[in-house]
Design a protein around this ligand. Structure first.
Ligand SMILES: Cc1ncc(COP(=O)(O)O)c(C=O)c1O
Ligand SMILES: [Zn+2]
Length: 376
């Protein structure tokens, strides 16, 4: 099915073929609802990647180029933290081709770009999303330019991105200056904006996180899903996935979304606590949890709405617990990025502060592999 873009503000419809990345009113684009059916019978049970849920993804029926693109992303294990915590489940999303959950979004976005006949993509990121887009664009034979901020991009990351044959543009100034440079290039017609923040197809990939949980738990829905949130690509995708399952009558209740923000950069947490419906920019005062340190999340209002719709919570990852939590998870066998340790630390802190026992299953994603970031 050829899904259309719809403006999140004025509801104007756009055809993705136009390569527009933002509405003329300035609103961000979402994907218009498209028709599909889904039940266990629709799962491609011999496909060992997230394309086993092809039926719920926004591709034309005749589209099969994904077969050349997939690297087996998705279908990540769900395992208990340990034998004493059978209800505390970890979804090991760092077991992906480029070692982070961003491959879910990148493979679907790049597959869509391929379907649209795109020759070149542009993206701005200093981290996992850039890596992931670079890898899949290269596999798809699509030229790729990634813009990264000078200050916060390690040589290792830049090397990893450029190893895929990607052109890396190092931009002086802030993260916002980097975004501006990428946007300028897109506006000059240099390529298709494969942004994980702007492009709604990315969220169609991350929604498979929910479909996998549904399949792996055999239809049982967890009481809560804990999700790190910076720009909200996993959070919104996960919300869309569970909402679709709910609307299809396949689950009776939505899991609560417990979103985790960094103590030192928590704009969405602040808006949530203040009862607001939009998010004001904050100052990032520095955190090890770089993956969620987004001072001005573009989809902040949508994130607030999703969390509230599930009667969820937004909680804080205590900065002084990140290193010891990383060590704790490593002792359980899981070697993760600091941002992932922060997510787990936030949840432990929330349970301790509220003296909470787990009522039902809780799923926490391990979003990024520890090898991505040296030990601090
Ligand atoms: C390891 C890790 N966890 C969580 C996140 C947060 O994802 P998002 O910014 O889409 O909310 C990121 C983003 O880069 C990440 O790299
Ligand atoms: Zn609009």
């Amino acid at each position: 099915m050829s899904a259309k873009y719809i403006c999140s503000e004025c509801r104007k419809i756009y055809d993705p073929k136009t390569q527009v990345f933002r509405c003329e009113c300035g609103g961000l684009l979402d994907l218009e609802k498209f028709d599909f059916t889904f039940s266990k019978e629709n799962i491609l049970s011999n496909e060992w990647s997230l394309f086993r849920y092809l039926n719920v993804l926004p591709f034309d029926d005749s589209f099969n180029l994904w077969k050349d693109l997939t690297m087996g992303e998705g279908l990540t294990p769900i395992v208990p933290l340990d034998k004493d915590n059978p209800n505390l489940l970890l979804k090991v999303d760092y077991l992906m081709p480029t070692l982070s959950f961003k491959d879910r979004g990148a493979v679907v976005l790049i597959a869509k770009a391929k379907e649209l006949g795109i020759k070149k993509v542009i993206q701005d990121s200093s981290g996992n999303a850039g890596n992931s887009i670079a890898a899949y664009a290269s596999r798809a034979g699509i030229e790729c330019d990634i813009y990264v901020p000078e200050g916060t991009s390690s040589k290792k990351k830049i090397k990893q991105i450029s190893s895929h044959g990607t052109k890396v543009h190092i931009v002086k100034g802030t993260r916002e200056d980097t975004a501006k440079a990428a946007l300028n290039a897109v506006e000059n017609g240099e390529g298709f904006y494969a942004s994980h923040v702007y492009n709604p197809f990315f969220y169609q990939g991350t929604k498979t996180y929910a479909y996998e949980i549904y399949e792996q738990l055999n239809g049982e829905i967890p009481a809560a899903v804990v999700i790190p949130v910076g720009n909200g690509t996993l959070l919104l995708g996960c919300y869309y996935g569970f909402k679709e399952l709910f609307d299809l009558g396949l689950i009776e209740k939505m899991p609560k979304i417990i979103a985790v923000q960094s103590q030192h950069c928590a704009p969405i947490y602040k808006a949530f606590k203040d009862g607001k419906h939009s998010v004001d920019e904050v100052t990032n005062t520095g955190t090890l949890a770089e993956g969620i340190a987004i001072a001005k999340p573009m989809r902040g209002n949508q994130i607030l709405e999703a969390v509230r719709a599930t009667e969820g919570e937004i909680i804080i990852a205590p900065e002084n617990k990140i290193i010891e939590t990383r060590k704790y998870l490593a002792e359980k066998g899981f070697y993760v990025e600091p941002t992932t340790a922060a997510t787990f630390a936030g949840f432990l802190n929330y349970c301790n502060e509220n003296n909470r026992e787990l009522a039902g299953k809780v799923i926490i994603p391990l979003c990024g592999a520890g090898l991505k970031k040296r030990l601090v």
